[in-house]
Design a protein around this ligand. Structure first.
Ligand code: GLP
Length: 251
């Protein structure tokens, strides 16, 4: 596990963008696992800049997003589908046929339909040869994707019920009203994430400092899903000084 501490959010974003750009140059057909949330916004912005100014070419890449809210249409402004288009896909030369986002319109009561869909998503990742790199943020409660505390380390793509904490944290995108935040999401599982050949976890700000500390200096525990990164042979954490402020070890 490598921990790279950058001075601020912008430096963190640039560092991560540089790593992704190198990956794409090395392997134009890279399979990228993408994340949403405020944290990777700067990374996407920098990748867009590299596309516009330095000709970084996404045309042969395939992408798979980590998760999606259940119950939102792709057109809903807060769906992760809209997020990705608005903040990344609409500004680069990615082929929309090769950018996958979990379907947020599954019926939570149709268990068989969910099972078939989630297996299909996993198979598509396999068909592309697996994820070369998975970008991750971290929830204040230690979640990755929408794998909430207690998620099995053996989990695969499936439906998860969101915790009150996550819904509160994300209410800022839903008129600050927790009742408007979906209760369920479909998310890659922890085992799906761990299959990626490389993990890049980003964290910024004081409100992530405790989660970062627990993830990398605490015991590996299903109660802190991000702590599983300690078991990954190629995990890189790129964090800013504030997110590193609770760390005790001299990384
Ligand atoms: C969200 C997403 C995660 C993300 C996390 C942190 O709920 N499902 O993939 O990493 O919470 O979000 P943010 O970056 O906005 O703090």
């Amino acid at each position: 596990m490598r921990v790279i501490i950058q001075s601020d959010y912008q430096e963190m974003s640039k560092y991560a963008a540089h790593m992704i750009a190198e990956q794409i140059k090395r392997k134009p057909q890279s399979v990228l696992g993408l994340a949403t949330g405020s944290t990777p916004l700067g990374l996407y912005k920098e990748l867009i800049r590299l596309y516009e100014n330095e000709g970084l070419d996404f045309s042969k890449c395939t992408t798979f997003n980590l998760d999606e809210y259940l119950g939102l249409t792709p057109q809903h402004p807060q769906s992760y589908d809209s997020f990705m288009k608005e903040n990344f896909f609409n500004h680069i030369n990615i082929d929309p046929r090769f950018s996958f986002i979990p379907n947020g319109q599954l019926d939570p009561l149709n268990l068989q339909g969910i099972k078939i869909y989630c297996e299909w998503y996993e198979n598509e990742i396999q068909k592309e040869g697996g994820l070369d790199v998975q970008i991750l943020g971290i929830g204040a409660n230690g979640h990755i994707g929408f794998n909430e505390p207690g998620s099995s380390f053996g989990s695969r793509t499936r439906i998860k019920t969101l915790t009150e904490k996550t819904r509160q944290d994300n209410a800022r995108f839903f008129d600050n009203n927790i009742d408007h935040v979906p209760k369920y999401a479909v998310t890659m599982g922890i085992a799906t994430i761990m299959d990626a050949r490389q993990l890049i976890l980003l964290a910024s700000g004081n409100n992530k400092a405790l989660a970062v500390k627990k993830a990398i200096e605490g015991p590996i525990s299903a109660m802190v899903p991000a702590s599983i990164v300690q078991m990954h042979p190629q995990a890189i954490l790129i964090i800013d000084k504030e997110a590193a402020s609770e760390l005790e070890y001299d990384w």
